[in-house]
Design a binder for this molecule. Structure first.
Ligand SMILES: [Mg+2]
Length: 191
């Protein structure tokens, strides 16, 4: 499964949910699939998608926003694994982390990450996240459905092929304007 195929599956499952996406190519490809008000692209803030998503999940607990979905990469997770530990410690039942694990830093010449050897799903299990695994779009769709139906916190360990989608446009959105667009969507969605 290519990353963009995984992102299309995620977009289909999250029409009405906040989606926090990790930096660089993942955010660009998500925007290329569909640039929606409920997407929050972290642009250059590598390693913080789970932190931001955990905060939003906690802030929206008990509201009409049933889930917060984080799209994280293996390199980004390895940059800040403490975020996953904190999510496991805080146990937000409404948090869904989708790890798109291609085993490389695809935005920087596809240098291998530690995920080449380490099973990040097992690490997530060790900090009490509920782990599902997917290696194709059918499995990912089923895992997402489970994570939306049953309380988490979920961690969907998704294997994708290395590489970026050719021809994807740069994401030159002003971070302040973008953050405000997302905040307005979330505020309207709750009220
Ligand atoms: Mg990667």
């Amino acid at each position: 499964m290519k990353r963009i195929e995984a992102l299309r599956t995620i977009v289909d499952a999250t029409r009405d949910l906040p989606v926090v996406a990790t930096c660089a190519a993942t955010s660009r490809e998500l925007a290329s699939v569909e640039d929606r008000d409920n997407n929050l692209y972290l642009l250059d803030a590598m390693g913080l998608a789970i932190s931001v998503g955990t905060g939003i999940a906690q802030a929206t607990a008990g509201t009409s926003v049933s889930r917060t979905v984080v799209v994280e990469g293996d390199g980004s997770l390895l940059m800040n694994p403490g975020a996953a530990l904190t999510a496991g410690y805080l146990e937000p039942e409404n948090l869904v982390i989708v790890l798109l694990d291609n085993g490389v830093y695809a935005s920087t010449a596809s240098i291998p990450t530690h995920a080449e050897k380490l099973d990040l799903g097992r690490i997530a299990e060790s900090v009490d996240l509920k782990v599902l695994r997917a290696s194709n779009t059918t499995e990912l769709k089923e895992a997402l459905q489970t994570s939306l139906d049953q309380p988490g916190p979920w961690f969907i360990h998704t294997r994708t092929e290395p590489g970026n989608e050719p021809g994807t446009k740069l994401l030159l959105i002003d971070p302040v304007v973008h953050g405000d667009r997302f905040r307005r969507w979330l505020t309207d969605r709750i009220s």
